[in-house]
Design a protein around this ligand. Structure first.
Ligand code: NAI
Ligand code: MG
Length: 504
């Protein structure tokens, strides 16, 4: 491994940056408890920012602000004006991409070049839904000649967005764009590990000129602010990205008020390589898919199935490529991947590496912490072989830089292995046989299947999970269904008196 240069600074750490206000009702307010969340820079293990922490009483205020905006100024704005505000937000995000990216990199340890790209793509998301805001129509249904029946697509209400730490700005944009385009208002709760970047985003929401209370930001802990939002009577819908165990808790709590919920919960995504594929391209993409963002990606291709004749060479080449990934400091432009976002996440990854070895697996590369990076939550990219698809390492989401390569003998077996999982978010497929490509793509149980390609996640393409990877879809125009209620209106056109069933 060729790690980036790293010299521990002898100078004392600078004072943490302070974000001591919540964004509620268009104002910057102190948290009622006075408490602050300490955000750790995972590359230095030092507190780099302190961020106001919301509790249940702050959540009450945020929901009240979102409700009054929903009934008030936001409902009076035309969809075209709503779209204009979103377009302005997208422009401001592009203008401030460097600053937003730096804050996100400090919060979660991703390389600056990744976070910058994510912020720019997040702006595309917002711009796409800016354009959609005035194209959300109901339909007229000719159910009888003497009546007019039509549907309206109305906002659901106050949407609580509960966000994870791996890509806060980008995953927030996936929710904020369509929710606001459809006329909802929002309360955003960033993860406790990465509370700062959505405060920066709130500043841009303010500058864009959204009416007060349309967007509220309440950083806080899952069990406190998150749980309060999910239980709140004033919240109509929860849009969540994170662990399926948390989704389960949210579903139980949301059941009390029959809230609408959409969940995006990660996966154990299969990446199938047939021996007839362009193996060089397949290798490049497999490496990226498994290790980008230090494996902290819901769509990571963490199970790589390779057809037997190509298996051994492919596994060795994947390990060689993985071994050349530059693990380093997030702000260093040469860095390919940074640390894990938290000490807990690194522990989890290391637990799974140990488990993989106990289960009889062999690590072709990695398996430890990079020797040149004594501080920070770094883990080496690790490629496992000699484990079956039934091993825990093959069944459970690690969310770290760990890939498992498994051989298969024919198409039938590849499909069976790929689908033998509780998850179903994405699948990748490499073959030069066009018939097989479509046949296998149709059989993979996942919300998104990519064939001989790269980076299929896009604002125009619906995205979401089968099975335990989630409920509902994000992205594309498809997502607008998740943020609207359909109302059917029937109007009598005939002047005849209605037939009276009680007449005799
Ligand atoms: P998590 O599900 O606890 O955190 C996600 C969000 O949910 C955070 O904002 C958190 O504060 C909130 N939350 C936690 N408990 C809550 C509750 N009872 N009510 C309402 N909100 C609550 O995920 P965690 O523990 O940070 O990560 C654990 C694992 O989850 C990861 O190792 C990974 O496997 C998976 N994960 C998947 C993600 C994805 O993109 N699909 C993102 C983050 C984690
Ligand atoms: Mg942090």
């Amino acid at each position: 491994m060729a790690p980036a240069a790293h010299s521990p600074s002898p100078a004392p750490a600078p004072e943490p940056r302070r974000y001591d206000r919540l964004f509620i009702g268009g104002a910057w307010v102190a948290p009622r408890s006075g408490r602050m969340i300490r955000s750790i820079d995972p590359s230095t293990e030092e507190v780099w920012a302190e961020v106001a922490e919301a509790d249940a009483s702050d959540v009450d205020d945020a929901v009240a602000a979102a409700r009054s905006a929903l009934r008030g100024p936001w409902s009076r704005l035309s969809p075209t004006r709503r779209g204009e505000l979103l377009a302005r937000l997208a422009t401001l995000m592009r203008r401030d991409a460097d600053r937003l990216a730096e804050v996100e990199s400090r919060d979660n340890g991703k390389p600056l070049r990744d976070t910058r790209g994510e912020v720019l793509r997040a702006a595309d998301w917002i711009a796409f839904f800016a354009g959609a805001a005035d194209k959300i129509n109901g339909e007229q249904i000719p159910f009888r000649p003497d009546a007019l029946a039509y549907t309206r697509r109305e906002p659901v209400g106050v949407v609580a967005a509960i966000l994870p730490w791996n890509s806060p700005i980008s995953l927030c944009s996936w929710k904020l764009g369509p929710a606001l385009a459809a006329g909802n208002t929002m309360v955003l709760k960033p993860a406790e590990q990465t509370p700062a970047s959505l405060i920066e985003l709130a500043r841009l929401v303010e500058e864009a000129g959204f009416p007060d209370g349309v967007v509220n930001v309440v950083p806080g802990f899952g069990a406190i602010a998150g749980a309060a939002l999910v239980a709140h009577k004033g919240v109509a819908k929860v849009s969540f990205t994170g662990d399926h165990r948390t989704a389960r808790k949210i579903m139980v709590s949301a059941a009390d008020t029959l809230k609408r919920c959409t969940f995006e919960c990660g996966g154990k995504s299969p990446y199938i390589v047939f021996a007839d594929a362009d193996l060089d391209k397949g290798l490049t993409v497999a490496t990226h898919s498994a290790f980008r963002s230090t494996g902290q990606s819901c769509s990571a291709g963490s199970r790589v199935f390779v057809e037997r004749p190509a298996y051994e060479a492919f596994a060795e080449r994947l390990a060689a490529r993985a071994g050349r990934i530059r693990v380093g400091m997030p702000l260093d432009p040469r860095t390919h991947i940074g640390p894990q976002t938290s000490a807990e996440q690194r522990e989890k990854t290391e637990r799974y590496i140990a488990l993989g070895l106990e289960e009889g697996g062999r690590a072709l590369c990695g398996g430890g912490r990079p020797a040149s990076l004594p501080r920070g939550y770094f883990v080496e990219p690790t490629v496992f072989v000699d484990l079956p698809n039934t091993a825990r390492l093959a069944r459970e989401e690690v969310f770290g830089p760990v890939a498992l390569v498994i051989p298969f003998d024919d198409e039938e077996e590849a499909v069976a292995l790929a689908n033998d999982t509780d998850y179903g978010l994405v699948g990748g497929l490499w073959t030069s046989d066009v018939t097989r490509a479509h046949r296998v793509a149709g059989r993979i149980e996942a919300g998104l299947v990519s064939v001989n390609t790269f980076r299929p996640v896009h604002h125009m393409l619906p995205y979401g999970g089968f099975k335990m990877s989630g409920i509902g879809r994000e992205n594309g125009l498809e997502v607008l269904k998740e943020y609207t209620e359909v109302k059917t209106i029937v109007v009598e056109l005939s002047s005849e008196p209605p037939g009276d069933p009680f007449a005799d």
